[in-house]
Each structure stands twice: as C-alpha cells, then as structure tokens.
Design a protein around this ligand. Structure first.
Ligand code: ZN
Ligand code: ZN
Length: 345
C-alpha cells in the first residue's frame, strides 16, 4: 500500500527521482509470505522488511525438481535471490525432500531444524537423515522454543521444537475451551517433534506450526493458551488427519487460516469441519481444492489457489503482503490475482 502511494505520487516527477522513491519504498516495505504449492508438501517463504529471506520446508524430491523450481519462481516474483534461513519443520519427505534440488539452484546460508530426527532408526527415516546431514553440512543448527532469529523490524520466535513448547508467561491466557477435554494421545514421531514459529510485525502476527499433531496443539492451547491471538495461521499438518484442534483454533482467533494442502493430501473434512464450526476463525484460504471432498468441505473458489489434479497443476501460490506498519495485510490468489484486505488485531 505504502509503495503504491509513493509510486503514484511521483508519476509527474522526473524519472531519476521516481527510481529513488521506488527503491526507498521497497526498503520500507512490510512482510511478504508465499505459500508455494508443492502438492501436499510444505514450502512457506517469508521476506522480512529488510529483505531477508526465510523458507520453511522444501517440498518433495523429484527428477524434474518441480518443487525447487516453484520455490525459485516465487523468489523471483519477490525479487530475492538467496535464502538466509532455511528451516525444516521436521524430517519427512514432503518437507525435506526438495533440499538437494533447491541447494543446487539457490544459495542457502543457514539451515535450522528441531534437533536430530527421531525416525532415523527406520530404513526410510535413516536414509532421509543421512542425506540431510550430508547436504546441510556445517550450515546446520538446531534451535529450542523461545529462541529467536535476529531480524530488524520483525520479531521471529520459535514456539515449538522437538516436542518442547514455548513458555510465554506474557502471552498466556485462560482457555475455557479446555474444560472437560481429554488430552489426545502423544505422537512420538517426527510430526509431533515439528518446529514451529511465530513472526510479528507491529500488531500483525503469523503462526506456522509445521506438521504439529493434535497432542502438541492441545498442549499449546490447554490448560492455558500459550500463544495469545494471531492474525494469520498456517494450520498444522496440511489441514488434515484431525490435526486442527478446536481448543487451539478457537483460542488463536485467526482472521485468516491457510491450508497448504494438495489435491489429495490434507484438507480433510474432519479438519475443515473444526474450522467451520469455530466461530473465532475467519476466512480459510487453501492451496488446493481438496478433490475428494465436496464443496461444503472446501473453501470458496476465489480463496483457492489451485483447482486441478496434480498432473495438470500449474502450482499457483497464495501470498500475504503485510503493510510496513503491520496494521493491515492483503491476501492474494496467485491464480487469479483476486485479493482481500484484512486489518490486524
Ligand atoms: Zn507434511
Ligand atoms: Zn498443485
């Protein structure tokens, strides 16, 4: 928004001055978030006001490097050419599989994870883990909840990792939705160990929980909500498999929930129903129409980035653009250009 004001104000000025105003506006722009469509995997790209680049997860491994190319396309659109922090939520193929192809195409400075894979003793998990260690090399570091990444203009805090959760007394609030609800069974696999983060710009807050499982969500929400309210929420585990807990969804009161599902992965009715029945959740944006669900269990078409099966899919993104002052933001559908404006809480 700020950028537009600047550019229109200088339409009558001479070209050199306009260029100066445009680059100044760029330096003062807010936060950008892209949900890159990696067909039911994950790849969420964040660009800070200082143009630092954070990517969480890299999609799937493929001969044609489809997911790395889609990430690169989003980076080109955002006018950035290297990744300062590559985060891995956890060590599953749909998240870490695209690392090799991406590493061959884009400079990656620091690689951040939740700690050692807890599935490295299985055949598949061990293979992924060995490949990850080899590729990450000395760029690798592991974090704990409460750790921050050092950016100017935004606050970037890890809220969960390796089953540990942030203890944030200043944000804690009682949560009446927990009364009488039993804690879900613990998930001791990689999903339950997912790394999760929150990023704030002024009043605006974005929460990304990776593939966190119902028990981790429940513990974030109950008996007290540790996270306060957020504006924008990437729901956990591709919005599938019972991953959206009503105790957390209600307590977070997200104005927008984003589901990074694929045509046949995630976005399952059991999770959609929770969102639909939670009055505090506002709009739902989806990476994909969930092909196995009926229209009642999909969001509206203008808020859906991709409508087809994987083979015909062009891989359109969803984008959030947050104003420099953090007071408002815009969600845009990369397929149609349709956008909707929101105010931060
Ligand atoms: Zn996943
Ligand atoms: Zn797609």
């Amino acid at each position: 928004m700020f950028q537009h004001l600047h550019l229109s104000a200088c339409t009558l000025a001479i070209a050199a001055l306009c260029l100066g105003a445009a680059s100044q506006a760029l330096a003062q722009s807010g936060l950008e978030i892209y949900w890159v469509d990696v067909e039911g995997g994950a790849a969420t790209l964040v660009i800070t006001p200082d143009r630092e680049v954070i990517l969480m997860d890299t999609g799937w491994p493929r001969e044609d490097a489809r997911d790395a190319e889609r990430i690169r396309t989003a980076m080109t659109h955002a006018d950035v050419d290297e990744i300062d922090y590559l985060l891995f939520s956890h060590f599953h193929t749909d998240h870490v599989g695209g690392l090799e192809a991406l590493d061959a195409r884009v400079p990656i400075r620091t690689i951040v994870d939740h700690g050692n894979s807890v599935e490295r003793d299985t055949e598949r998990g061990g293979r992924l883990w060995e490949q990850y260690l080899r590729l990450a090399g000395d760029r690798r570091r592991s974090i704990a909840p409460g750790d921050k990444l050092p950016f100017r203009g935004v606050e970037f805090t890890f809220v969960g990792a390796h089953r540990e959760l942030i203890d944030s007394p200043e944000r804690r609030a009682p949560n009446p939705r927990c009364a009488g609800v039993e804690s879900p069974d613990p998930d001791m696999g990689e999903n339950g160990h997912s790394l999760a983060y929150m990023i704030s710009l002024g009043a605006f807050q974005f929460l990304n929980l990776g593939d966190m499982t119902p028990d981790r969500e429940f513990d974030l929400a109950c008996p007290e909500n540790r996270l306060g309210v957020v504006d924008l929420w990437q729901v956990p585990h591709h919005g599938g498999y019972g991953a959206i807990r009503p105790e957390l969804a209600g307590a977070l009161e997200p104005t927008v929930a984003v589901i990074n599902n694929g045509p046949r992965k995630g976005g399952t009715p059991d999770s959609l129903v929770v969102i639909q029945q939670t009055a505090e959740v506002g709009d739902v944006w989806q990476s994909h129409r969930a092909m196995m669900d009926d229209a009642a269990h999909n969001t509206d078409e203008p808020l859906t980035a991709n409508l087809t099966e994987e083979d015909e899919c062009r891989g359109h993104w969803i984008k959030a653009t947050v104003a420099a002052d953090g007071r408002s933001w815009t969600m845009t559908n990369g397929r149609t250009g349709y956008s909707r404006n929101y105010l931060s809480k």
